[in-house]
Design a protein around this ligand. Structure first.
Ligand code: AMP
Length: 527
């Protein structure tokens, strides 16, 4: 396995890459970075999503010096890409005194001229605007030692070839030229032959890889509401255990935080965690106390958990092999599994390539609408209610309340009001630590008694419950009070002062793989 520090890179660059959360070079990076550092002209056949920007960005920035002159120019087909590439380069150059500037049509040219005058080392521009500056002599390219043509086939499609040739004619012959393109039409090949010196070609994995036979779908999503889309998808699925893949360690941390804040049982796994932390997360995942494991490719390597029902590519994989690796985490041992990939418009091409090379039938689905999610939630609520009704585990006290109310209101209205009370939450609420008052729970003095909706039916034994409580709350096992396990439910008493913790910690957990629900108990009849 190659790591970034294997390359001849200055530590400032390696540190910046680390900060960006990249764990290891993507295939195109592993192939390109050493060659570009050597000074070779290169053609990279790669599309968005493969890490191509950093593949040229890292060696490019390694070679830049703080001298006040433009040393590299990157040409891109669109302003969006120019801005995006400039952003990525800026992050790589975080600890190096190198200035990057995007110049594109649509932005005030005087503003750009002013920025250029302040001195920059790397310019990222669209061909039209770059040419404009050259004509006005507001851009000097005679010191450029590196030219990058990014998404060359797109530039060809947009009719920029002539502009590109004009720009190249302003450059030194003594330069390194890099060309990145998803496809290689003859015009691009011709450009390469004419303007590049013995270029070497790198293509990311052209071999076929076989995807396992599991259901595969992808969702078209927009970058700006990717998290919301993910949540809707999760809410409308019956997930046993799910692995959610992110590209970077940072991505893993951010997504874990957001999902936890939204109440999902989720935790992250990546290479910056200590072995002990990783073991803890994996244990929780195996036991089902967390439902979603959020991981990078590297961290997920070697994970062997049997009942993963969902693999979700929150970020699209960088190559077909990685896709196959990821989705192979589900559908183990003849079980059913589904692989879902979130695809932004810019990543569609990458999705198509994955599909083609894996020969997989990946069908597309729409992100569920709010109404669909609500419908699904209703269904789940109904299932929970039926289960409760069948198990006869409803506390007597509730029945008394209903009987009383039934004198005045219809049973439909009472039930609906009860559900509203139980499940309705104001959006944006929560987060604040509430003060708990569990009221009279029929417990011994100084204790709070809780009702759990599982019992012998979940193979629950007193020692399981004691261990669970003492471990999650950090109290000695003997501090746990009286435990009564019945067929379908359980009562447990815990000390007053830890009751809120126990409540928060256990309310949404699973014991022996069964999801538990926990409530303060009601006193046994009124004496
Ligand atoms: P690109 O193919 O250049 O458009 O990159 C797609 C995304 O992958 C960008 O968000 C990059 O920041 C990210 N990326 C690039 N290289 C790596 C890497 N080695 N590890 C993780 N993420 C990466």
């Amino acid at each position: 396995m190659t790591i970034f520090s294997d390359f001849a890179l200055h530590k400032t660059i390696v540190q910046a890459i680390h900060d960006m959360g990249f764990e290891e070079p993507s295939p195109i990076q592993a192939a390109c970075i050493p060659k570009i550092l050597e000074g070779v002209d290169m053609i990279g056949q790669a599309q968005t999503g493969t890490g191509k920007t950093a593949a040229f960005g890292i060696p490019l920035l390694e070679k830049m010096t703080p001298a006040n002159r433009i040393q590299a120019i990157v040409l891109t087909p669109t302003r969006e890409l120019a801005i995006q590439v400039a952003g990525e380069l800026r992050r790589i150059a975080k600890y190096k005194k190198i200035k990057t500037l995007p110049i594109y049509g649509g932005q005030s040219i005087t503003h750009q001229i002013r920025a250029l005058k302040q001195g920059v080392q790397v310019v990222i521009g669209t061909p039209g605007r770059v040419l404009d500056h050259l004509r006005r002599k507001t851009l000097r390219l005679d010191n450029v030692s590196m030219l990058v043509l990014d998404e060359a086939d797109e530039m060809l499609d947009m009719g920029f070839i002539e502009d590109i040739e004009t720009i190249i004619n302003h450059l030194n012959e003594e330069r390194q030229t890099l060309l990145f393109s998803a496809t290689m039409p003859v015009e691009i090949k011709r450009l390469a032959t004419r303007y590049m010196k013995n270029p070497e070609t790198v293509a990311v994995s052209r071999e076929e890889v076989t995807a396992p036979l599991i259901e595969q779908v992808y969702y078209k999503v927009f970058e700006r509401n990717k998290v919301e889309s993910l949540c809707r998808i999760l809410d409308s699925e019956d997930v046993d255990l799910g692995i959610i893949f992110c590209r970077t360690k940072r991505g893993v941390d951010e997504l874990s935080e957001v999902l936890q804040a939204r109440g999902y049982l989720a935790d992250g796994l990546h290479g910056d965690l200590s072995q002990a932390q990783r073991d803890k997360v994996m244990k929780a995942f195996r036991e089902g106390t967390i439902e979603f494991l959020i991981a990078t490719d590297v961290a997920a390597r070697g994970i062997d958990v049997g009942n993963v029902s969902h693999v979700i590519n929150f970020d699209i994989p960088q190559d077909p092999e990685s896709y196959v690796h990821r989705i192979g985490r589900t559908g183990r041992a003849g079980r059913k599994g589904i692989a879902m990939t979130l695809v932004t418009p810019r990543e569609m091409r990458q999705m198509m390539i994955i599909q083609k090379q894996t020969k997989a039938a990946v069908i597309t689905r729409n992100v569920p609408t709010l109404e669909e999610v609500a419908e699904r939630k209703q269904e789940q609520l109904r299932e929970q209610l039926v289960e409760l009704l069948e198990s006869n585990a409803v506390a007597e006290m509730y029945e008394k309340v209903v009987e009383g109310l039934a004198q005045e209101y219809s049973l439909e209205k009472i039930a609906a009001a009860a559900l509203h009370l139980a499940f309705h939450s104001e959006p944006g609420e929560g987060g604040e630590q509430e003060a708990y008052d569990f009221g009279e729970t029929g417990a011994a003095k100084g204790m709070v008694r809780f009702f759990l909706n599982v019992g012998r039916n979940a193979n629950l034994k007193p020692q399981d419950l004691v261990r669970e409580i003492s471990e999650t709350v950090g109290i000695p096992g003997k501090a746990v009070g009286r435990i009564d396990i019945f067929e379908n439910f359980t009562f447990v008493e815990v000390p007053d002062e830890v009751a809120p913790f126990v409540y928060e910690a256990l309310r949404q957990t699973r014991i022996n793989g069964k999801r538990i629900n926990m409530e303060p108990a009601k006193p046994r009849g009124k004496r």
